[in-house]
Design a protein around this ligand. Structure first.
Ligand SMILES: Nc1ncnc2c1ncn2[C@@H]1O[C@H](COP(=O)(O)OP(=O)(O)OP(=O)(O)O)[C@@H](O)[C@H]1O
Ligand SMILES: Nc1nc2c(c(=O)[nH]1)N[C@H]1C(S)=C(S)[C@@H](COP(=O)(O)O)O[C@H]1N2
Length: 166
């Protein structure tokens, strides 16, 4: 079918971008997204540099027209962590409920979830969601939000106007 959601993935990691660590988190995102519903059009590992992250998000949203842009990493308190700043800089409309839901659910697993500053926003018709960096956090966060993300994307794309109760 051609109604698949197109996805761009960005791993923000200094170590990963220098080849010093295998990007398991980006791979985990691809594994979690069911292939029958999602087409991953790009998967990049970038250093924790705000300008580079912004440019890639803009490219994925404006040129590739990705329905969904998922980032992993760079959401914490390290001085190099700037993924939320890059995301908010390219935001047309804030969609904070997704980031709030990730933190609320993750707090039931680890109190350290409060240390993720991840954001979730809309640029044009692209939904951008920041996931934390570790493969474990990616799995916990993404599996929790995925079905609601699909409903949100359908509304954003005008495919679905109805909010059935769930
Ligand atoms: N892309 C990734 N692939 C595999 N493991 C990761 C990845 N990102 C983070 N991790 C794991 O999660 C831990 C915490 O991530 P954190 O964002 O603090 O990374 P870091 O070691 O500070 O460096 P960097 O920003 O270069 O990824 C890491 O020590 C690593 O075990
Ligand atoms: N679901 C979930 N969320 C989580 C975690 C986790 O293990 N599971 N780890 C937390 C920790 S320890 C940190 S420091 C922050 C920020 O991670 P990042 O800098 O790798 O993005 O995410 C948090 N969110």
């Amino acid at each position: 079918m051609d109604n698949k959601y197109t996805v761009g993935i960005i791993t923000a990691s200094d170590k990963g971008s220098k080849g010093e660590r295998e990007d398991i988190s980006g791979r985990r995102i691809r594994e979690i997204l069911p292939a029958e519903n999602y087409e991953v059009v790009s998967c990049k590992v970038l250093p924790d540099e705000q300008e580079e992250l912004e440019q890639e998000m803009i490219h994925l949203a404006d040129e590739c027209k990705c329905n969904l842009i998922l980032t992993t990493g760079g959401t914490g308190f390290s001085m190099r962590d700037v993924t939320p700043e890059a995301t908010l800089a390219v935001c047309d409309r804030n969609a904070p409920g997704i980031a709030e839901a990730i933190r609320a659910y993750s707090m039931t697993i680890t109190k350290r979830a409060m240390l993720s500053r991840g954001a979730s926003v809309i640029r044009g018709q692209s939904l951008i969601v920041n996931l934390p960096g570790s493969p474990k956090a990616v799995e916990e966060s993404l599996t929790y939000i995925l079905d609601s993300l699909e409903h949100g994307m359908d509304i954003l794309l005008g495919r679905d106007g109805e909010c059935a109760r769930r």
